[in-house]
Design a protein around this ligand. Structure first.
Ligand code: FES
Length: 207
């Protein structure tokens, strides 16, 4: 996998020059472009410099939000939601299924470098619980065959192979509809703490 080079990293960051409010978006773009789902220290410092956010604050962000990593991971991160509704609806079983399909344990990266399997927090699809988030999408995996089909579709680069598993049922957080704020640490929306344990009036129960 090619590492993100300086020219590409600085080109991404240039779009966020002197815009400290967009530091999370800048770091997400860098992480996505890395090809290894992480933010290298060099680009974290560059992001601090370009946006005008103190380097210590950038480090805080990278270590606080579970969506970020400072060490290389797989090309994709399969993050199984283990927050309330997903947990009680079979989140741990889903984790086991994906663990078997990928032949890795939680926290490990598959031998081909394509996937890292992680447990994570709510991604706003509680109504489809349990779900696994991969990139900007969430998937419902109801059987071992589903898990195998999901992994195969990524290995083959065939989005159609996973379309039927895509979860389109938004859950508890109305703000989760905005791409840039929907992936949060342990289910807490960074703008406002809304989770299944503190339901807004628009919350729809699973099922
Ligand atoms: S609790 Fe799993 S997506 Fe919200």
């Amino acid at each position: 996998m090619t590492e993100l080079d300086e020219k590409a990293a600085l080109s991404i960051l240039e779009g966020y020059r002197n815009d400290p409010q967009q530091i999370i978006s800048a770091l997400l773009d860098i992480q996505e472009a890395s090809g290894r789902s992480y933010v290298d220290r060099r680009w974290a410092l560059a992001a601090a410099r370009v946006t005008g956010v103190p380097a210590a604050r950038v480090h805080e962000i990278l270590t606080f939000y579970s969506m970020f990593s400072e060490t290389p991971r797989g090309r994709h991160v399969a993050e199984v939601c283990l927050s309330g509704p997903c947990l009680v609806n079979g989140g741990e079983e889903l984790l086991r299924r994906l663990s078997a399909a990928l032949d890795v344990s939680e926290g490990e990266t598959s031998a081909d470098g394509l996937f890292t399997l992680e447990g994570g927090g709510c991604c706003g699809r509680c109504a489809g619980a349990p779900v696994v988030r991969i990139g900007d999408e969430a998937y419902t995996v109801a059987s071992d065959a589903d898990a195998a089909a999901l992994v195969l579709s990524f290995r083959d680069g065939d989005p159609a192979g996973r379309e039927a598993l895509r979860c389109v049922r938004w859950g508890s957080c109305p703000k989760a509809r905005t791409r840039r704020i929907r992936w949060t640490s342990r289910g807490m929306c960074p703008e406002e703490a809304i989770g299944p344990w503190k339901r807004p009036s628009t919350w729809t129960p699973p099922g």
